[in-house]
Design a protein around this ligand. Structure first.
Ligand SMILES: [Zn+2]
Length: 421
């Protein structure tokens, strides 16, 4: 039962929710445990966002810090002043989120047995993240500001330039940036590697190799992905999925499901397909910057004369962020649709809905997934809810007459029997 039903199977709709209930798959004790992890995290996250946002606004509009910093390097060529302003603001926002980040990874995740991170590694990540932020914002801002300073329709050209840079980054990210944070090792020959190579062949996707990534040095969380393009294309599995760090372990066929899903994304060109939408969103955001943020009134609030001034950089980034946040709802919807399509790929390719559905409880336990997101998180979720994905697998099996086993909902621990021994 493999490739026979590919691309012909009946399936639940890809563009909308699959009706599903958490209670059908998870017991109240587990939901409560996940809640105890997610709720404080979401609260701290929200408070941090509000505080950082408020401080950011104050720095830009009350203290006019953009032109102020640009003044520190007065006389220097404008690209250098721009990078200095962007760098100072990147440093400030990084420092502002430090306490919340420390609490989330080094306190909360550790308390819940998720984090494996040493404080040294955490600090190194922060420094590398900051450097990356400065380099990337320089790489993106200098050409855009050059356009702003050169012609009025810069936002049209800027949208295209952004698209080109985003494409380029997408190519170099797995090759140049990811190895700065993690180590990739060719997977030892064995049943898992053989199975992954088989799946790639079954999907008609040529891969350069199968690798493991040392995700365990940071956290217990696990995943897999396909990285690279053309000849460098590889399947990467987190070591946490394979080692089964104690209480969570996956069967070979469950890992196979994750890999088939990832290869599905690849085969269906999900990443390249999102570029036109991302470009369009950027275009709208840049037009907003030109006509709203670039108006004399708003520039005046931030103490800036012209949009092309290096001191306008923080205002510029703020102006992009606002429409991007609203438009993110659209790209999240597209992403959820793509996820369902990749799930469908895994189901069709492997024809094993039992393993597909059985993989999820382990995944939830490993990643302490938030099974009860609020409306804003649901609207912005890049993946469908776990219960929906499990129900999707069961519905697919039923629609195609493929036998599937529903995983048992673990019984709520009974205090009476527990105290009895
Ligand atoms: Zn996916």
């Amino acid at each position: 039962m493999t490739a026979t039903i590919r691309r012909q199977s009946a399936h639940p709709p890809l563009g909308s929710r699959t009706p599903a209930r958490n209670e059908d798959f998870f017991d109240e004790a587990q939901l409560a445990e996940l809640r105890a992890y997610s709720r404080p995290r979401k609260k701290v996250d929200l408070v941090a966002k509000l505080v950082v946002g408020a401080i950011d606004l104050a720095l830009i509009f009350l203290l006019d810090l953009g032109p102020e910093v640009a003044g520190w390097v007065d006389g220097a060529p404008w690209p250098l002043r721009l990078v200095v302003v962007a760098g100072v603001f990147a440093l400030i926002s990084q420092v502002l989120v430090l306490p919340a980040d420390w609490w989330a990874t080094m306190v909360h995740d550790r308390r819940h047995g998720l984090s494996n991170q040493s404080s040294g590694l955490w600090a190194a990540d922060q420094v590398k993240g900051l450097l990356l932020n400065v380099v990337l914002s320089g790489l993106l801002l200098v050409p855009i500001f050059w356009a702003v300073r050169s012609f009025d329709t810069w936002w049209l050209v800027g949208g295209l330039a952004f698209l080109a840079i985003a494409l380029f980054l997408n190519f170099v990210y797995p090759v140049l940036i990811m190895p700065r944070f993690n180590k990739f090792t060719p997977m030892e020959p064995g049943p898992l590697r053989t199975r992954i190579e088989e799946i790639a062949e079954l999907a008609g996707t040529e891969i350069e190799g199968v690798y493991t990534m040392d995700g365990s040095k940071r956290s217990r969380r696990g995943n897999a992905f396909v990285a690279g393009f053309g000849p460098t294309k590889r399947v990467v599995v987190y070591d946490t999925m394979i080692d089964g760090s104690g209480d969570v372990s996956f069967t070979l066929e469950q890992i196979a499901q994750v890999v088939a899903h990832e290869i599905g994304h690849y085969r269906l060109n999900h990443i390249p397909k999102t570029f036109p939408l991302a470009g369009l969103q950027m275009l709208v955001a840049l037009a907003f910057v030109q006509y709203v943020v670039g108006s004399e009134t708003v520039l005046g609030w931030a103490g800036v004369d012209e949009l092309g001034d290096p001191g306008a950089a923080p205002l510029f980034l703020l102006g992009i962020g606002l429409p991007m946040t609203l438009l993110g709802v659209v790209s999240s919807w597209v992403s959820r649709r793509n996820e369902r399509e990749a799930d469908l790929e895994a189901l069709e390719l492997l024809g094993d809905p039992t393993s597909f559905v059985a993989m999820w409880p382990g995944f939830v336990a490993l990643n302490k997934a938030d099974l009860e997101p609020g409306w804003w998180d649901r609207l912005n979720a890049t993946h469908p809810a776990v219960a929906e994905r499990m129900q999707f697998g069961l519905d697919w099996a039923e629609m195609n007459g493929v036998p599937a086993e529903r995983p048992a909902v673990a019984a709520v621990p009974d205090p009476a029997t527990e105290s009895a021994g």
